[in-house]
Write a protein that binds this ligand. Structure first.
Ligand SMILES: Cc1cc2nc3c(=O)[nH]c(=O)nc-3n(C[C@H](O)[C@H](O)[C@H](O)COP(=O)(O)OP(=O)(O)OC[C@H]3O[C@@H](n4cnc5c(N)ncnc54)[C@H](O)[C@@H]3O)c2cc1C
Length: 482
């Protein structure tokens, strides 16, 4: 049998990890990326001489990164040196109080005690124990898992674990039972927003995200988050994969793809890393029959700021005064929030090379509805004014010190990366779009087509997308395709 050839559409974290894995097995791999750089959402951005991570800024859950590199005979931390962020992040509440999150459990307990008193402080360690058990039960059984049928999810052992760890209970309600102070309730539930999901709509199993932060920590890779995908691209190329930039795929057919130039490339299999619903509708011509739901989007500002910003750490989470109201606007009323929670990254606190002397690379991410409810220019201006006013209060931010700004919002996520509805985090992770109910990584009516990335299993976030590459590799081996 000759060497197998696999074409991968898209050089995001999912496409590149799959390329590296398959090339390591001796498969001939061609990656076709429409843009002129690798990384997809994990790309670089610059404004004047300030450098930014374009999308992800938080490196968490190291295991899938270590596994990818070790499966290829390499060590992650040797190729991508990392530093623990301490504090993990600073939280600013609407009432003027603050807390610094850390993985040091004793220190965290005392910080909770100072903010909220003894009762909640004593709940912290048992809470973390509960999350650890949930994490250890859910990742191997439900996340690192290719589903064939319902029984893969609903066998006696799996159902036993679901019940024992309350995996399908409501996340916000379980956190409310544990902690009485509303500020802690926010602190230990807002992480589902990383999935573009409200904690009030999320199953408890997603509390594993809080475990990643408080149990394992948040890390910074030397060179920023895009360094990771750049290094994975190198791993793939060192093993013979070809990565073609500026190569936009126009159609996927069984056994071949067509580029928008008309060029055709034949392959034994095609793996699409492009957004799943976009792939099905635009590239395959067979839209999903199910009505699928999408995550929210993100309005990101990349600002060259001349001056100091007091009180801000590398990572900062800023809550408005009405957490629930903000979530309802985002996820139910589909309105631009009036008093938004947002995230601020000041990478220069860890990495002095990201901005020139006297400047900061100021990254602000505000969760906003996706294109189902397009934000008007007036809405956007109002949102930015609100965010700036809050930053002025917390850090002395002065809008007159902005020396340059770039923006990426729902429209840009859609136009630049083909993310359906501009949903920056892909398909929603509600209960009915999780695990075996999420679109799987293979489609029976298009032979030889596989999917990898945030909108297939297991889901969004760099660690999940790397696991997605593990799963598609296993699926292809099981199918005898490679
Ligand atoms: C603002 C933001 C912040 C985030 N923060 C974090 C974080 O802190 N930590 C974390 O772990 N995760 C974070 N995430 C999530 C993480 O970025 C994603 O889960 C991950 O990068 C998705 O990778 P992917 O490979 O699935 O898709 P993508 O990165 O979207 O890659 C898909 C690739 O396919 C290409 N493509 C599409 N159509 C075609 C076509 N027709 N032809 C050729 N190529 C095509 C695209 O150009 C793109 O390069 C964040 C996401 C966003 C948007």
């Amino acid at each position: 049998m000759g060497q197998k050839h696999v074409v991968i559409v898209g050089a995001g974290a999912g496409g590149l990890s799959t390329a590296a894995r398959l090339a390591h097995r001796g498969v001939r791999v061609t990656v076709l990326e429409q843009n002129d750089s690798v990384g997809g959402r994990n790309r670089r951005q610059s404004v004047n001489d300030c450098q930014f991570d374009g999308g992800p800024t938080l490196l968490m859950m190291l295991d899938p990164f270590r596994k990818l590199f070790s499966d290829l005979g390499e060590r992650f931390e040797e190729r991508v040196p990392i530093t623990l962020c301490n504090p993990s992040y600073r939280v600013f509440y609407g009432d003027g109080s603050r807390i610094d999150a850390t993985v040091d459990q004793d220190v965290m307990t005392e910080r909770i005690r100072a903010l909220c008193g003894d009762r909640d402080a004593e709940q912290f360690k048992p809470f973390l124990e509960e999350l650890k058990a949930l994490y250890e039960a859910s990742i191997p059984t439900f996340v690192r898992k290719n589903y064939g049928s319902l029984k893969d999810f609903a066998g006696p052992r799996q159902l036993g674990l679901v019940t024992k760890h309350h995996m399908l209970s409501n996340l916000a309600k379980r956190v409310e039972k544990r902690f009485s102070d509303p500020r802690l309730r926010m602190l230990f539930s807002f992480q589902t927003m990383y999935l573009g999901l409200s904690p009030y709509d999320a199953p408890w199993v997603y509390a594993t995200l809080a475990y990643m932060e408080f149990g394992e920590g948040i890390w910074y890779p030397s060179g920023g988050l895009p360094r990771i995908t750049e290094e994975i691209a190198k791993l793939a190329q060192e093993r013979g994969a070809e990565i073609r930039l500026g190569a936009r795929v126009a159609a996927i057919h069984p056994g071949r793809v067509t580029l928008d130039t008309g060029e055709e490339i034949t392959a034994d299999a095609v793996v699409s890393n492009a957004d799943l619903t976009y792939t099905n509708r635009e590239l395959v011509g067979k839209p999903d029959r199910r009505k699928l739901r999408f995550s929210c989007s993100a309005h990101v500002m990349y600002i060259d700021y001349e001056g100091e910003l007091e009180n801000l750490q590398h990572h900062n989470v800023i809550f408005g005064s009405d957490f629930r109201g903000n979530l309802d606007s985002l996820f139910h009323a589909l309105k631009t929030p009036e008093d938004p929670a947002f995230y601020v990254c000041l990478a220069k606190r860890t990495d002095p090379t990201v901005a020139p002397e006297g400047h900061h690379s100021l990254f602000i991410l505000v969760p906003v509805p996706n294109l189902d409810c397009a934000m008007s220019d007036a809405d956007q201006a109002r949102l930015e004014d609100t965010v700036f006013a809050r930053l002025t209060k917390e850090s002395g931010f002065d809008p007159s010190k902005i020396r340059g700004v770039a923006r990426c919002g729902p429209k840009e996520w859609h136009e630049q990366l083909n993310l359906d509805r501009g949903a920056a985090f892909g398909l929603s992770h509600d209960l009915f779009q999780s695990a075996f109910m999420r679109p799987q990584n293979v489609r029976s009516d298009v032979p030889g087509l596989y999917y990898v990335g945030a909108s297939t299993v297991p889901g969004n976030g760099l660690p999940m997308v790397l696991i997605s590459a593990e799963l598609v590799e296993q699926r292809m081996i099981g199918d005898g395709v490679i």
